[in-house]
Structure formats: C-alpha cells, structure tokens
Ligand binder design. Structure first.
Ligand code: CP
Ligand code: NVA
Length: 313
C-alpha cells in the first residue's frame, strides 16, 4: 500500500482511495503509538524540513513523528541555510536528493514547492504555502471522522478568510463526500480556480462545495464549524484592513446556536481569541481543537510512511 504520486503537494492530486488510505494508516499508527507498539517504518531514513515561515505544530509534529517512525529529521531554517540566501530551489532539490530520503517544506510560494518537487528525486511534502495546507486539512478530516464517525453527507462551514486553509479544506471535503460552505466576505473569498477544481472533485463523491457571504445563513445545520486567522503569515501589515471586512466572521455562541446541537468546532491554530473565535467557544464542550492539533502527528506519520517506507503498511 502506498500513494501513486511521489509527493504530497495538494489534496486535489490524491484519488478518493488514496485519501481513504491515509486516514486508515493514520488510525493504525495512532493505535500503535498509544499501545506502545513499534512502528519504525522509516528506520534509517532522513527527512529534511525546510521552514521559510514560523511554525510550532508543523515542526514539532513532523520532527517527533519522523523520529517515532525510526527516522532522523533535520530542521533547516531560512536564516541558518542557503535557502534564505537565495540558492535556487532547483539546486536545493537536487542536492538534498543526494543526501536525504524526503523533504518537507513550508514556504510562501506554491510554485516554489512545485519546482522543488519537480527537481527532487525524493518525496516532497507541502507543510503549508500561501495557497494550500494539505497536511492540516487531512488531519481535520481524520479528526471529524473520530468524533462524528461518518463523513459522507456531513456539512463543514468554514468561517472567514478564503485562504490556504479554506482551499485545502475544499479539496479534502470534496474527496470524502462532505459538503462545505466557505462563508467569506467579498474580496476575501477563495480562489475561483481552486473552487472550480474542488467542485469537480466533489461531483465524483456527491460533495457540494460552495461560497456564501451570509455567515448565519451558511452556518445553518453545520456539523462542523471551522475558522482560521483573519491575517495569515506574510499578511501582518494588512491586519487593520482585514479586521474591518472580516470582523464579523467569528465563531461565537450565537453562531454555534444555528449549527446542529452536536456540531464540533475546529481551528488549525494558532488562534486569536476575540477575533475569529471567542474564548468561551474555544474552551467550550464542542471544541475539539486540541484533539485536532494532536492528530497532526498521526496523520503526517501516515503520509511520511506511505511516501517513504518500502514496508507494507
Ligand atoms: N496549524 C499549523 O500549521 O500550525 P503551525 O503554524 O504552528 O505549524
Ligand atoms: N492561514 C494560516 C494558517 C496557519 C497554520 C497562515 O497561513 O498563517
């Protein structure tokens, strides 16, 4: 069992079956880890992790996860490597391919990650770009599955900026047959091309992927409420402007009241309490945000094992 593609750059590139495989392997690896059973599927392998943006969860979950798989992770920051001094990405790709067995990268430009994957002879995993955050969205689906058992036909309502997180969630929901409404104001709605591709993916599973400006309308009957920050990494200077337009796009008690009573609340973190989510909802009984954070570890271990291990999982 593995994945057809060499890399994991976008959930759109995965088949419906491959998404199911990742979720299944993640469930098995989570159980093994909880039971203390060995699962060193990447023993003797090395992973280079390139970070051109800040991270807590992605770095620690990839690093810990690869270690638990028996491998050796190497952290490369912009400031401490030649990446930040402008070495061409196609050179980095070819050099790292001679040393290590896989690359995880978090950076700004999605095209840069595509170029890295094109020139690397080893798997490349997207740990977030300005366009997409696939490892997070796969984790989110895994978390929904744990809490709500069935995915098909459920409704996820994403609240706020139509950003990298919204884009990857649209692809993820489409692949597993979940409906998604992206509730965003004009000017901050998702990329129309990503929306079109996600709708095409959704046509194969029965998932409806839509955009809606009216938040209360969108949230009616939601099984999952999800939000992310109003200003992403690299957009800090736009915060005041974004706050004016996105200010009412918040998960709060009033919004929760129009969702289904058993709805769960997700946030990829880091969260800005009092902005896109209120303190009471974040700390309330419907929030499974910290289960979600933990699951980054299990889902990314599945991705790394599927891309990098020769063993049958
Ligand atoms: N959710 C997420 O990717 O968190 P970090 O920025 O801390 O990695
Ligand atoms: N949209 C956020 C996600 C952080 C995990 C960002 O890109 O900063």
């Amino acid at each position: 069992m593995g994945l057809n593609s060499k890399d994991l750059l976008s959930i759109h590139d995965l088949s419906v079956g491959e998404v199911a495989t990742i979720l299944d392997v993640a469930r098995k690896l989570k159980r093994k880890q909880k039971n203390g059973e060995p699962h060193e599927y990447c023993k003797g392998k090395t992973l280079a992790m390139i970070f051109s943006k800040a991270s807590t969860r992605t770095r620690v979950s990839f690093e810990t996860g690869f270690h638990q798989l028996g491998g050796h992770p190497i952290y490369l920051s912009d400031s401490a490597s030649q990446v930040g001094r402008g070495e061409p990405v196609r050179d980095t790709a070819r050099v790292l391919s001679r040393f290590v067995d896989g690359i995880m990268i978090r950076t700004f430009s999605h095209d840069e990650v595509k170029e890295l994957a094109q020139y690397a002879t080893i798997p490349v995993i997207n740990g977030l770009t300005d366009l997409l955050h696939p490892c997070q969205a796969l984790t989110d689906i895994f978390t929904i599955m744990e809490h709500q058992k069935v995915l098909k036909g459920r409704k996820l309502v994403y609240v706020g900026d139509g950003n990298n997180m919204a884009h990857s969630l649209m692809f993820a929901c489409a692949k597993v047959g979940m409906h998604m409404v992206c509730a965003s104001p004009k000017g901050y709605q998702p990329d129309p091309e990503i929306l079109r591709l996600a709708q095409e993916d959704g046509a194969m599973t029965g998932a409806k992927i839509t955009v809606e400006e009216n938040l209360l309308e969108a949230a009616k009957g939601a099984d999952v409420l999800y939000t992310d920050v109003w200003a992403s990494m690299g957009q800090e200077e736009e915060f005041a402007e974004r706050k004016k337009v996105l200010g009412s796009y918040q998960i709060n008690k009033e919004l929760l009241a129009v969702a289904r009573p058993e709805a769960i609340v997700l946030h990829c973190l880091p969260a800005h309490r009092g902005e896109e989510i209120t303190e009471d909802v974040m700390e309330g009984p419907q929030s499974v945000i910290f289960d979600q954070a933990e699951n980054r570890l299990h889902v990314q271990k599945a991705i790394m094992a599927l891309l990098m291990s020769e063993e049958n999982l």
